[in-house]
Write a protein that binds this ligand. Structure first.
Ligand code: UD1
Ligand code: CA
Length: 456
């Protein structure tokens, strides 16, 4: 495809009132990534000359999250046309056509932007390309009024449309590619004489035609131009995103018996021959290498699981967990900021935090690394091949040497040298026959008492 210089304008000045949120609409996350970042990632693939982000309501929030963008403030939200007008100074000197995108339409793929660029370049005298779609429910979208030859005559907003026009199923996604030479003269000709009293970007169609230009339509799939205006839309967008991720995982060699119950993050990295059981949740920044099994109802974030390891069921792996090759993390085990070398086993009911565990060490059921004194965090180091008996508390900072044994139920507060046995619990005393004698005397006392009560 020939390279056409492009600038991108992203509109994000609107309030997003229907989200009922203190957080700006475009910062709500889908798959753990802000809507705005989903969009800017696609835009980046286009390598535009310039990207201008139009902000207004809650602009500080949006500005803080904008990357590689010039920022323009639209102080009053006077409509989508007005929002593009205010980018004039910022676009000064940028060559090429202007692609207008919406911050709340985050899934527009690069291929669709390319289609618009090609449509403008290949149909003669085309000044404007509008991205249309045929939604299942046309609702309140603007309607595209086309001529017999398919070119676009005008866009009519739902509020301004006649009953006949409302029957049209081809709708306006809002996004368009506008000739770079003509955009600002056309915008200057807009009026706000309509049902909303706003400057509509959609009126550029009429302006372009008046100027003798052709207006083309590129049709998108609805899921690629999903707009998010409410929490319900957000949930739908999340569902769409999750379905895509599940399909990608399956295609990449992951087995899931019930994919619909597995939730991924935008950045989940999965190798091949992985098995993921139902109810597994991936938070941000998880890498899973080949041949790993993640059993049901495990919750993972900020974690690296190396080849052949087994995790869960009901495991919680938190940021900084690094699970070595072939290691085993069993049920109700929590691991945080801890590096476990290959073959380590933590099979049941443990908390391992701020720790290192050497290869093939075995951590018994209920072992706790006591890493926090209420003020500061401390580290626990367990050597290769060590064996920690069940229900031990390792009070950090503490180091257990290679091959050491810790007796069950120990509270370990001092370092244990390699190959030593440490037992730190009350000494056991057995008294022969005590139980039998105890039972006899107690039974006799009870019988005497009962006799006395009867005699009264
Ligand atoms: C717009 C289109 C409509 C289309 C619909 C698709 C117009 C006039 N109408 O309507 O044809 O079917 O999108 O979703 O363009 N914004 C600003 N500044 C403003 C106004 C809006 O930055 O002054 C931004 C909003 O933050 C939002 C986008 O522009 O990201 C769209 O605005 P919105 O008010 O949602 O437009 P609609 O009325 O839905
Ligand atoms: Ca909208």
């Amino acid at each position: 495809m020939p390279k056409h210089p492009i600038s991108v304008v992203v509109l994000a000045a609107g309030k997003g009132t229907r989200m009922k949120s203190k957080l700006h609409k475009v910062l709500h996350a889908i798959g753990g990534k802000a809507m705005l970042h989903h969009l800017l990632d696609s835009v980046e693939e286009l390598s535009p000359q310039k990207t201008v982000l139009v902000v207004g309501a809650d602009r500080e929030q949006v500005e803080a999250q904008a990357r590689d963008c010039s920022i323009v403030t639209q102080t009053e939200q006077l409509g989508t046309g007005h929002a593009v007008m205010v980018t004039k100074a910022a676009l000064e000197g940028a060559k090429g056509d202007v692609l207008v995108l919406y911050g709340d339409v985050p899934f527009i793929p690069k291929s669709l932007m390319d289609d618009m660029i090609v449509a403008k370049a290949t149909s003669p005298n085309t000044g404007l390309v509008v991205l249309g779609f045929r939604p299942k429910d046309a609702a309140k979208y603007g309607r595209l009024v086309t001529a017999a030859n398919g070119s676009l005559e005008r866009i009519v907003e739902f509020k301004d449309a006649t009953e006949d026009e409302r029957q049209i199923d081809l709708c306006n996604s809002g996004m368009m590619l506008i000739d770079g030479e003509k955009i600002f003269p056309w915008l200057a000709s807009l009026s706000n004489d309509n049902a909303s009293g706003e400057y509509y970007l959609t009126d550029l169609v009429a302006a372009a035609r008046k100027d003798g230009c052709n207006v083309a339509v590129v049709e998108a799939q609805e899921e690629d131009v999903l707009g998010i205006n409410s929490r319900e839309d957000l949930a739908l967008a999340e569902a769409t995103f999750q379905d895509r991720k599940r399909c990608e995982a399956l295609a990449g060699g992951v087995t899931m018996v019930d994919p619909a119950t597995v939730y991924f993050s935008h950045d989940t990295k999965l190798g091949a021959d992985i098995a993921i059981e139902p109810g597994v949740y991936f938070g941000p920044n998880v890498t899973v290498e080949d041949g790993v099994t993640i059993k049901a109802y495990s919750h993972l974030e900020g974690t690296h699981i190396r080849s052949g390891a087994t995790v869960g069921p009901f495991a919680r792996l938190r940021p900084g967990a690094d699970i070595g090759e072939g290691a085993k993390i069993g049920n109700f085990v929590e691991v945080k900021k801890a590096k476990l070398e290959h073959g380590v086993k933590v099979s049941h009911l443990s908390y391992i935090g701020d720790a290192t565990i050497g290869a093939d060490a075995n951590i018994g059921a209920g072992t706790i690394t006591c890493n926090y004194d209420g003020f500061l965090k401390f580290e626990t180091h367990i050597g290769a091949g060590a064996f920690i008996g069940s229900n031990s508390a390792l009070v950090a900072p503490v180091t257990i040497g290679d091959g050491a044994l810790v007796g069950a139920g120990s509270v370990i507060t001092k370092d244990v040298e390699g190959d030593a046995l440490a037992v730190a619990r009350g000494l056991q005393r057995n008294r022969a026959g005590f139980a039998a004698t105890f039972r006899e005397t107690q039974a006799a006392k009870k019988a005497a008492l009962t006799e006395k009560q009867k005699g009264r």
